[in-house]
Design a binder for this molecule. Structure first.
Ligand SMILES: [Zn+2]
Length: 268
């Protein structure tokens, strides 16, 4: 109880501290979406970034020297994902490990179509239950700066972390608020997952990356990436899935693109 009170007080202090100008510049340079927010959303974003930067253990791996640029760029995207939630600092994620490039991992992996493959694979990110999130810095930057064909490794891995909030069973079902929401979630996701799996098997072009056809957990993570990165295309091609994700995330990224604010970097 006391620990919780101390943590809340510390978070209030972090939020209230002035947001460093240098960090604002990092947002302008690296995180395109952060420039399309309302003033209230901007305030929330900056406060959340300050908490995440202070609370997480940030580790550079394989030669990455940890900098404010890396921390702020990643923290901003984590914050954007859950910007409309009451408060979500992913307390189960103590560490964020950053690699200079994609890295190899060994073991059993599930490939699209349910095939289990043993061996090494190149990965750009990983989310571990009650463990760290691992990210490749070039892929973080690519996703942060623009649509990147609907890809964003931070959104992807933290969607898995949302999925893990209701237990180790990562199944594409994060905690939902009501029975009705859960039923609609199941119905729409079942249909859309079947649609993607079918299209990928036949080699048809898809908006959602075929990695989402691996299983329902990957489907949720891939759909989350595309929902934020390419909202207009997503809403047009998958209107029901867009609506389900809009209800879940309590955000409509498609509106932001048309409400882009004029932003002039200071000094210009
Ligand atoms: Zn994944």
């Amino acid at each position: 109880m006391l620990l919780r009170w101390l943590k809340d007080r510390r978070r209030r202090q972090l939020r209230a501290a002035p947001f460093p100008e240098a960090w604002q510049q990092i947002l302008l340079s690296n995180v395109a979406m952060s420039t399309r927010l309302t003033d209230a959303e901007q305030d929330r974003l900056c406060g959340d970034i300050q908490v995440l930067v202070a609370e997480k253990n940030w580790e550079g791996c394989n030669g990455v020297v940890m900098t404010d640029e890396i921390k702020v760029t990643i923290a901003a995207q984590i914050s954007l994902l859950v910007l409309a939630f009451e408060e979500q600092f992913f307390d189960n994620v103590l560490s964020i490990l950053v690699y200079p490039h994609s890295y190899t991992t060994r073991g059993a992996m599930e490939a699209p179509g349910g095939l289990i493959v043993q061996g090494e694979s190149l990965v750009i990110g990983q989310a571990v239950y009650r463990g760290p999130v691992i990210l490749s810095w070039p892929d973080v930057i690519d996703g942060a700066r623009g649509p990147n064909w609907g890809r964003n490794v931070v959104f992807h891995e933290f969607a898995h972390q949302l999925d893990m909030l209701n237990g180790r069973n990562v199944d594409g079902n994060p905690p939902l608020e009501t029975r009705e929401q859960f039923d609609r979630w199941q119905q729409v996701n079942d249909a859309e997952y079947a649609r993607l799996t079918h299209a990928c098997r036949l080699g048809h072009p898809t908006l959602l990356d075929c990695y989402g056809a691996t299983n329902r957990a990957e489907f949720f993570a891939v759909a989350t990436e595309c929902f934020f990165q390419l909202p207009h295309e997503f809403a047009e091609i998958h209107p029901e899935l867009y609506d389900v994700l809009r209800t879940f995330y309590k955000q409509d990224p498609g509106l932001r693109v048309t409400h882009q604010r004029e932003v002039t970097p200071s000094g210009q």
